[in-house]
Design a protein around this ligand. Structure first.
Ligand code: SAH
Length: 358
């Protein structure tokens, strides 16, 4: 652990002492930067597990989805594979393997801020190039972009209704000993949509400016040069009220304001906002649909059978992994899949119109 991370709580406490408070968004940003800088949080022995770590089938099916849309788009030259927050690099490695079977070997760009995770990603995909921010992605080629559990890690702003109007929610020190969220001083009424403005106190309305700017930036590149983007995450398909900020450590929920940098802070993704930003760039929006129905449409059941037949001793394990990805008791309903693509590219697979949510 770098001294910087070890001292995060002390640094934030000092900052609060100086300025009175910091916004929930700044707190979340600092906490997650320190958290991911520490290294690998994933897997059974880590803090949380993600779809690509549950089964190779997840990344393989995404690789096939990308290959399919690329082929039907006429195999455009110089198409790049871009992944946002690739974790251990498992999804990309699995996707590359299925793409290669169709002689599709795109250049790989990883947008990743954590040095420790970059090292793992370089082991998984030897030729990957690394970028700090999406603005560094070159503006010269069609892009196939993947983001699994990336947007939920981005900092949310929280606005809270009080008896004297909407305020930014901020973090303070409770009696100088403990971090605590409370309504701040700044009036925020204008940025709360009219439909929620009269919500009873204390209601919380969230926005994620970081997610919106990343989405708008990427949509601009797809509009200019072609391509598609696949987003998998938990989130909502209708705008609403309520805090979705949560902390997870060792697979258990924790207080998001305690021990900054020691656990993963996430918030639900606003799929409506992401889809609307893509529409503003005249892109096609497919979904969001539930992850379970999307994986079934892509043939996860046939793939489970093929893998089980080739490795019978692992058949039970594969069936359990398939259920965890697909069924509502696992990730199947909570997680959603949204695709964004150039309007002149073919319709992406797996998004039957009648399955679209919200
Ligand atoms: N996609 C992976 C990992 C999800 S965890 C999987 O599904 O297993 C979130 C990932 O996003 C981590 O790799 C983390 O380091 C990265 N990340 C978080 N905030 C980021 C930011 N602002 N810019 C780039 N990467 C970020």
């Amino acid at each position: 652990m770098s001294p910087d991370n070890a001292n995060l709580a002390a640094r934030l406490a000092k900052q609060i002492e100086t300025s009175g408070s910091i916004s929930v968004a700044d707190f979340m940003q600092a906490a997650n930067q320190a958290y991911y800088a520490k290294g690998d949080p994933l897997g059974v022995n880590g803090d949380f597990i993600t779809a690509p770590e549950i089964s190779q089938m997840f990344g393989e099916l995404i690789g096939l989805w990308l290959t399919d849309i690329w082929m039907r788009a006429g195999r455009p030259e110089g198409c790049k594979y871009v992944e946002l927050g690739p974790g251990r690099g498992t999804l990309a490695a699995d996707a590359m393997r299925s793409m290669k079977q169709f002689d599709f070997v795109p250049e790989v760009l990883f947008v990743e801020t954590s040095e420790a995770l970059r090292e793992m990603q370089a082991q998984a995909v030897a030729d990957a190039a690394f970028l700090d921010i999406v603005a560094d992605i070159p503006y010269d080629a069609p892009l196939l972009i993947v983001a699994n559990e990336f947007f939920d890690a981005l900092p949310v702003r929280q606005l809270v209704s009080t008896h004297s109007g909407w305020r930014e929610r901020v973090v303070v020190r409770d009696r100088g000993t403990k971090f605590m969220a409370t309504p701040g001083m700044n009036a925020m009424d204008e940025i709360v949509p009219a439909e929620f403005r009269n919500a009873p106190s204390p209601s919380i309305y969230e926005t994620c400016p970081a997610a919106s700017s990343i989405m708008y930036e990427l949509a601009g590149r797809i509009a200019a040069n072609g391509g598609a983007m696949l987003i998998a995450d938990y989130g909502y398909t209708l705008p609403g009220i309520g805090s979705t900020l949560q902390a997870v450590r060792a697979h258990e929920y924790a207080d998001p304001f305690e021990n900054p940098g020691k656990h993963d802070l996430t918030a639900h993704v606003n799929f409506v906002e992401l889809a609307n930003l893509a529409r503003m760039r005249d892109l096609r929006v497919s979904g969001p649909v539930e992850q379970g129905s999307w994986l079934k449409a892509l043939g996860i059941d046939a793939r489970t059978q093929v893998l089980s037949a080739s490795r019978p001793e692992q058949a039970d394990e594969m069936a359990a992994a398939r259920d965890r990805l697909v069924e509502a008791t696992g990730m199947g309903s909570l997680f959603k899949i949204l695709a964004i693509s150039h309007a002149e590219w073919p319709d992406p697979e797996g998004f039957a119109v009648n399955q679209s949510l919200g």
